[in-house]
Ligand binder design. Structure first.
Ligand code: UDP
Ligand code: MG
Length: 344
């Protein structure tokens, strides 16, 4: 047989194997100093998912732990089927660890949860079933949350309310890590800062169908929480970013330009009024606060215009440099063509 043909056949057999190896579900877990929880976590996930007869992979991302989690994860990954250990060089934070996990995930659906066993892996099949109903994102809702009341529950209540108001996505619990996504959705989103809790909001911007399900929540058994009150401020700042992205992502000039017009027009109006007073009535206007206001308004207006223009340029770079279209297609329907989205 022709050797190149043989090679081609081998290659396509490999392709087929790769396609078959594509798991239905990738479970992504960020791990930072969770050495005691790690073995229990891996076992609990394996038990649930094999009972549910799901073809899955488990991606544990070690976020630069200093307590031996990384070493343990390495050992376990070498002998546990379905487990991939991704070890980051240093501690980057939960959002970055999750982003790394997303990058290595190959499944059609992606499930995230915490590595401290506060989320219950037994809830995963339920979330996946909900996803199958046609949602792009199913978010967990810790109805009976087991955390400190004053330092955690109260700030979280306020944050959830604020996030719901600003983003327009109505969920009870944004901070719950237990969530299920369609993988195409995850591929469309970029993560920065503490943005992982805003994934539903970012998904909403991308036009996703979102819902929530009550899930179990347990008190932390091993190790300590990595966060305190300080997180609240970072969350609020990230909220501003998300708000901005939602509002102005495609048309910054519409926002800044409008403010610029208002400011410039008022500045010109006041200036004309003062000119009339000066030239027509001979009044002295040099010491009037109104003059300062007119000048400030004029300058501000010009600057707002410039912001709008710069924003437009930056948005073009943002979309074009990454090949990001300004729209998202849910599916394409055509006679005789099966939609790959549904086939998968
Ligand atoms: N985590 C991480 N990097 C960090 C901090 C936390 O990967 O810098 C992980 C941590 O191991 C856990 C999850 O993020 O799996 C949530 O952290 P934690 O349980 O401390 O947060 P809480 O549940 O108290 O909000
Ligand atoms: Mg926790």
């Amino acid at each position: 047989m022709d050797i190149s043909l043989l090679k081609q056949l081998q290659a396509s057999a490999q392709d087929l194997a790769a396609i078959e190896a594509r798991p239905e579900v990738s479970v992504v877990v960020p791990i930072y100093n969770e050495v005691e929880s790690l073995p229990h976590l891996i076992e609990a996930i394996a038990t649930t998912l094999s009972q549910a007869q799901l073809n899955y992979e488990l991606i544990c991302v070690d976020d630069g732990s200093q307590d031996g989690s990384a070493q343990l994860l390495k050992e376990l990954s070498l002998k546990t089927p379905h487990l991939r250990g991704v070890l980051l060089r240093r501690n980057y934070g939960q959002t970055a660890a999750m982003a790394a996990g997303f990058n290595y995930a190959r499944g059609n659906a992606i499930v995230t949860l915490d590595g401290d066993l506060q989320n219950d892996p037994a809830d995963i099949p339920m979330l996946l079933a909900k996803l199958e109903e046609g949602y792009d994102l199913v978010s967990g809702w810790r109805k009976n949350r087991q955390d400190a009341a004053l330092t955690r529950l109260l700030p979280s209540k306020i944050a959830n309310w604020l996030i719901a108001q600003t983003t327009g996505v109505q969920l009870h619990d944004y901070g719950c890590s237990l969530k299920a996504y369609r993988s195409e959705l995850v591929a469309d989103m970029n993560l920065y800062g503490e943005l992982h809790r805003f994934l539903p909001a970012l998904a909403f911007i991308e036009g996703a169908r979102i819902t929530e399900l009550p899930v179990r929540h347990h008190a932390r058994r091993h190790g300590q929480s990595k966060y305190g009150l300080g997180r609240t401020f970072r969350v609020v700042l990230d909220l501003l970013t998300v708000f901005f992205m939602k509002k102005f992502l495609t048309r910054p000039m519409h926002v800044f330009g409008l403010l610029g017009i208002i400011s410039t027009a008022s500045g010109i109006g006041l200036g004309l009024y003062l000119t009339v007073l000066k030239l027509g009535f001979g009044e002295s206007i040099g010491n009037r606060p109104l003059l300062i206001l007119a000048v400030v308004l004029l300058l501000t207006g010009v600057q707002l215009f410039c912001f709008g223009l710069l924003g437009e340029l930056m948005m073009r770079t943002y979309h074009e440099s990454q090949g990001r279209p300004i729209y998202r297609v849910r599916e394409v329907v055509e006679q005789g063509v099966r939609n790959s989205d549904q086939a998968g």
